[in-house]
Design a protein around this ligand. Structure first.
Ligand code: G6P
Length: 489
């Protein structure tokens, strides 16, 4: 937000710190789409500070010193949480419960099973961490004379409530939800104290933002239904207890220039040697190992394609680049095993004669992902649900093979890219199998045209546009501009 000074707050920070063998402090980049995007915001708003959770022993050292560290032009401040409280927030409430409800991952006849344990994890974990965040953010906002506090994502839903108590009505607070927002019935899966508590807290913000128009609409429906709040759908606004909250959508994006530069880097060129050695045409997926990404069904669909189209056997390799994620949540650990088993099953059934149908790589190797982006013939993004899915955007600009995107109709990116991709229902294995076959056998001219239009669609809305749109709206709401405050941003 050009010109402004902000306190940006998210659970995952841009870096985690550690010590190398010689005792020197080193750092590595945080994972996931949120970090990529917020890095762009922070770089464009000089003087802003990014507040995040301390997650390693060295992070805790940094947090305890209370200093603002400057790393790669970013100013970072870490906050230490009680270890037990953080574990409950992250492994009991945020990642199984909220993530599962918002991505539609529960098999509802059996799960979730809520009870006393949930309530304890909520009160002693989620609320405690959010209170801690609010305290640190309020202190930082005062010290830095910040114009606004920008909160991010589902780990921080209760922070607006505690922050409002500390900043009063004049403090400007926004919260960006980076994951899907479901409809009211799905939201009602959460226990009453949680579903109402979160909504009440979110209505303490000035602006509440989502990636797509659908999520913003779903949110309005949810507050109207669950809280009985007054909603103005024309203005996309909630009127609640003398407050008005703007509900906006800004589709997040990437910096295409950054990917062009990365594509030429030494590290990526090195990884390209690995990618180019894989036999046949290349089907690719790049994901965190997350249940929402629908990795197992993707392998089943690929197996079905090989079953129905024997002529494709030996002519294609499916490269799955999967980054380990949230191993402390039992559902994730089980899913990691299911991924390996289903890949092995396809390889056992259809492979042979030196050909392995699926090449699985379970590690965090960003240069390898970019190398694969450049070289795929087909990219599979079949998420059950996904807030946006930046892989679809990154890959579309980096690809040099007129690659075809197969895109889940329930990924946020579908609102912008669906027209140029092959759309699939993430639950329909036959449809995905046929989409894979169609993509692999598509005439050159159609491939070229689709790839061109995809690239153009991404370039039309870059990360720069994402930041500018939010800044513009925020200027209209900031307290100095009383007139603007009365009108919708
Ligand atoms: C998604 C979420 C982020 C999260 C990221 C990585 O992008 O929206 O909030 O940071 O996944 O997940 P992790 O649990 O490793 O932070």
């Amino acid at each position: 937000m050009p010109g402004g000074r902000f306190v940006i707050v998210s659970n995952r920070g841009p870096f985690t710190f550690s010590r190398d063998e010689s005792g020197k402090r080193t750092y590595s980049r945080g994972a996931g789409g949120l970090v990529t995007a917020l890095t762009a915001v922070a770089r464009r708003s000089e003087g802003s500070v990014w507040l995040a959770s301390a997650t390693t022993p060295e992070d805790v050292e940094v947090a305890r010193r209370g200093e603002v560290l400057e790393v790669e032009e970013l100013r970072v401040r870490l906050v230490e949480h009680d270890e037990g409280a953080y574990d409950m927030m992250y492994n009991r409430i945020a990642n199984p419960l909220l993530w599962f409800v918002q991505h539609g991952l529960y098999d509802l006849p059996y799960h979730p099973q809520l009870g006393e344990g949930t309530r304890a994890a909520w009160e002693e974990g989620y609320l405690a961490v959010n209170r801690n965040f609010a305290e640190a953010a309020a202190e930082l906002a005062r010290r830095e004379k910040a114009d606004a506090v920008l909160l991010h994502d589902y780990q921080l839903y209760m922070t607006p409530l505690f922050l409002r108590e500390r900043l009063g009505e004049d403090g400007f607070v926004s919260l960006f939800v980076h994951i899907p927002w479901p409809g009211p019935e799905e939201w009602r899966v959460l226990p009453r104290y949680m579903r109402e508590g979160i909504l009440e807290s979110l209505l303490q913000t000035n602006v509440l933002a989502f990636h797509t128009a659908r999520y913003a609409r779903n949110f309005l429906d949810t507050v109207a239904d669950v809280l009985g709040a007054r909603v103005d759908r024309d203005e996309s606004m909630v009127l609640h207890e003398d407050r008005r909250v703007w509900v906006r959508h800004y589709p997040i994006s990437i910096d295409p220039a950054e990917f062009e530069e990365l594509s030429r880097s030494e590290a990526v060129l090195e990884q390209e040697e690995f990618v180019k050695r894989l036999p046949g045409r290349l089907v690719l997926r790049v994901d965190r190992m997350d249940l929402s990404k629908n990795i197992v069904r993707g392998f089943l669909a690929y197996g079905r394609m090989l079953e129905r189209h024997p002529e494709m056997r030996g002519e294609v390799t499916f490269l799955a680049l999967l980054q380990p994620s949230r191993g402390g949540v039992p559902e994730y650990a089980a899913y990691a095993r299911a991924i390996e088993e289903s890949a092995e099953e396809v390889n056992r059934r259809w492979g042979g004669g030196g050909w392995r149908p699926i090449e699985l790589s379970m590690q965090d190797n960003f240069p390898r992902s970019v190398a694969a982006y450049k070289n795929y013939d087909v990219l599979l993004v079949n998420a059950v649900r996904d807030g946006m899915n930046l892989v679809a955007k990154e890959a579309s600009v980096a690809n040099q093979k007129d690659g075809i995107l197969i895109l889940s109709e329930t990924a946020g990116a579908h609102e912008e890219l669906g027209e140029y991709a092959l759309s699939v229902n993430p639950f329909d294995i036959d449809e995905q199998a046929e989409a894979l076959y169609r993509a692999l056998t598509m005439p050159e001219t159609e491939r070229r045209e689709r790839a061109r239009l995809l690239r153009r669609a991404v370039e039309k809305n870059t990360i720069e546009d994402w930041v500018t749109a939010q800044m513009g709206d925020m200027q209209a709401c900031l307290p100095e501009d009383e007139a603007g405050r009365e009108s919708p941003p």
